[in-house]
Each structure stands twice: as C-alpha cells, then as structure tokens.
Design a protein around this ligand. Structure first.
Ligand code: AG3
Length: 286
C-alpha cells in the first residue's frame, strides 16, 4: 500500500510526498497539527494541511531568516521571534553567543509540544537558557513593546488562519515601534510565483514599505514550499541589507552553515525581473 501526503499549491497543482507513516495527528485550539515520516524529506510538520517544514530542507529557510540580518546588524543582543514554535529560527540564533535574550512568541502551545516530542533536531534549542517562551498572540505581544529589540523575526504561517494578523499594517507598525533605533525586522514573505501567493506577497510588501524607511526583499530556494521559490522581507530603520553587510565580521564568528554564505547574501537580493516588477508596483503606486 502506498501512502502519500499532498498539499495543493493552486487549484491545479499539488505537491505529493510519499510517506511511511503518520507520526502524530491532533487538533489544537487553533489548528490541525500533523507530523509525517517520509523517505525523501524525513519528518514533515504540517499545519492545517500546509507544509511548515521538513527535516531535509528546513536548514535553507532557517539559515536565511536568521543569518541575513545577523550579518548586517553589528550588535544584536535582544531578539523577538514571532511564530516559529518549531524552534528552527531559535536554533540558528543560539549559535551567536553575543545574543543575550530571545523572546519567542507562539500562539499555539501544542505546536511547541509536538515539535519537542517529534522534531528534536529542530526544536532542541528551545530549552536554551536565553530563550523565553510566551504563549500569546504575536499581534498583541508587540502592541505593548517600545524601543526594546535589536532584531524581530516574523516566522509566520501563510496569511490566513492563526497567522493572518501577522501580515497587517498594524502589526508591522508595532514591530517598528518595538525595535530600537537601529533595529531590523525580517519576515517570511511568501512566494512570488503562483497568483494567490504573489498577491499575498505584494500586499505584505506594500504594508512594510509604508512602515519602514528601508525595505528590501530577498530570495531562497525551498523545495517543499509552493513553486520552490520563496521570499523574505528585510525591513530596517538604519542598516541597508547589502551595503551594511560585514562579511569579514560574520566569517570570523566561525558559524558553519549549509546554505547561507555572505556571497550568497548579496546575490539573494538580486531578484528576477518579474519579481522586481511585482514589488515596484506597490512601491511606486503606494
Ligand atoms: N513558515 C512559513 C511556511 C509557509 C509555507 N507555506 C505553504 N506550505 N503553503 C515556516 C515555519 C518554519 N519555522
């Protein structure tokens, strides 16, 4: 008997991955949570039917969402991570000894529990003593913060369901306020390729451009996400993502990576013409 997990990427396209077994299935207060074991991608975390990560390609996403801002900002001490109950972004952050405190805000306690139980290679650093977990809505959490963080990482789900509020103008404005005067916000920015994703992408970009003086988009290749072509947003009050990249300083830290390099960092901000055009549309016409 063959078992397959499928995620529809559009009404006409789906990604199917052969699975050996379903390791976990449950319904939390917020969403359905599934974990599968697969021969090609290892364990797969699925929320409400959407692939959040697989053991095989999660390093690409987590390295790109963390090391890009870390190689730009010269002095990150306090970080806020929103969403990302799987702990992947936190794992990459804990590799920097200079970081003193990481606040992780995840609305769904059950996601953290399931990842601790079934995805230890990803969630393993959630127990680091610098990590403080808050089971709260990220939207509400940032409302009351001011001038507090050097870096905010928004590692949300897609812009529907529990993650919807993390794509609003109000949320980005509050992130701006919660950042110190030279703070950086990085967010997962959806894919530019299929129409519905591209619309979400443009909407998010428009709101970020309106909230931050510096706002650029960068890309990575993530095989299990829709189209495999994924974007991230880099928004900042002072630092430019490429001009202020300090490759030497980052290399001296001796952090071993499998995807990120400072050379790739520069290249990641060079976008395909159709993506530039898409983004320019909302930049110019407000
Ligand atoms: N968060 C973004 C996942 C988006 C994937 N979308 C989809 N499969 N339709 C990933 C969380 C990893 N820490």
């Amino acid at each position: 008997m063959e078992l397959w997990f499928s995620e529809p990427h559009t009404p006409n396209v789906k990604l199917s991955v052969r699975v050996d077994r379903q390791v976990y299935s449950g319904e939390s207060e917020y969403q359905r949570i599934d974990v599968f074991e697969s021969p090609e991608f290892g364990r797969i975390l699925v929320l409400d039917g959407y692939v959040m990560l697989t053991e095989k390609d999660e390093f690409i996403y987590h390295e790109m969402i963390v090391h890009v801002p870390m190689a730009v900002h010269p002095n990150v001490k306090k970080v806020l991570v929103i969403g990302a109950g799987d702990g992947g972004a936190v794992r990459e952050l804990t590799r920097y000894p200079e970081i003193e405190r990481i606040d992780l805000v995840e609305i769904d306690e059950q996601v953290i529990q399931v990842c601790m139980d079934y995805l230890p290679r990803i969630s393993g650093k959630l127990t680091d003593e610098r990590v403080f977990i808050h089971y709260e809505d990220g939207l509400k959490f940032v409302r009351s913060r001011e001038d507090e963080y050097d870096l905010i990482i928004v590692d949300s789900t897609d812009p529907f369901g529990p993650g919807e509020g993390l794509f609003t103008k109000e949320f980005y404005g509050n992130c701006y306020k919660a950042l110190k005067e030279d703070g950086i916000m990085v967010n997962q920015h959806e894919s530019p390729f299929y129409e519905a994703d591209a619309t979400a992408c443009m909407r998010a970009h428009k709101r970020i451009v309106e909230s931050f003086p510096i706002s650029r988009v960068y890309q990575a290749h993530i095989p299990t996400y829709p189209s495999g072509h994924w974007l991230f947003g880099f928004a900042s009050k002072r630092y430019h993502p490429v001009h202020d990249l300090d490759a030497e300083r980052w290399l001296e830290k001796g952090i071993e990576t499998r995807y990120y390099t400072p050379r790739l960092h520069e290249g990641a901000f060079c976008l395909p013409a159709y993506v530039e055009k898409l983004l320019r549309k909302v930049e110019v016409h407000g």
